[in-house]
Design a protein around this ligand. Structure first.
Ligand SMILES: [Zn+2]
Length: 199
């Protein structure tokens, strides 16, 4: 990656920092001559540290790093990676931005192919697509605040945006998600409120 920065650590390992991309966080690659064959990857805060043998070069090196990162990303329960912590986060955001109005449940779902999230005001349930699990936490927060605001206003009215836009990064989050959808080749719907439809 052209924007990657390279330094040498006190241990002698060559350190390369790859800036975050839409689908993964910042990666710190430490290439050590003491390491001969194996590679490992682990989280350090919001960054992934990858340890690789210094002998790896070029294309093989990039593929090796990518594979270690992918493997870790698939495993990772993010801090919001389970329903309990997602619900807890929604509770905090409800206090901050939604006048303390909380949903009856918030959970991750993997069956929403064209929505990042949805809300059923009648039952007060919020569902968040598992695709967002690899997004930065501020994006997940902005999406949660958007859905929470639907507990007040079920449509995208001016009054709705008065509440949803209390989250300071709402516009930025929308841009991020447009790019994320493009990167994943997805067409997303804007409709995210499940209304009770009479038969
Ligand atoms: Zn909405």
């Amino acid at each position: 990656m052209s924007a990657a920065r390279k330094t040498v650590a006190p241990s002698g390992a060559e350190v390369t920092i790859e800036p975050p991309r839409f689908d993964r966080p910042e990666i710190e690659i430490r290439a050590s001559s003491r390491r001969t064959k194996t590679g490992t990857a682990h989280w350090s805060g919001s960054r992934i540290i990858v340890l690789i043998p210094a002998s790896l070069r070029g294309r093989g090196r990039q593929d090796f790093v990518d594979e270690l990162v992918e493997r870790l990303l698939v495993q990772r329960p993010q801090s919001t990676g389970n329903d309990a912590s997602l619900e807890e986060r929604a509770g905090v955001l409800a206090e901050l931005y939604n006048d303390g109005v909380k949903p009856s449940s918030v959970r991750w779902v993997s069956n929403q192919r064209h929505r990042w999230a949805s809300c059923s005001p009648a039952t007060r349930e919020i569902r968040i697509s598992t695709r967002l699990q690899h997004c930065p936490e501020w994006v997940i927060d902005a999406v949660l605040v958007h859905e929470l605001a639907h507990l007040h206003e079920s449509d995208h009215s001016a009054r709705f945006y008065e509440i949803a836009d209390r989250h300071p990064r709402q516009a930025e989050s929308a841009l991020f998600l447009d790019g994320y959808a493009l990167g994943l080749g997805l067409t997303m719907e804007r409709a995210d409120v499940d209304k009770v439809v009479s038969p």
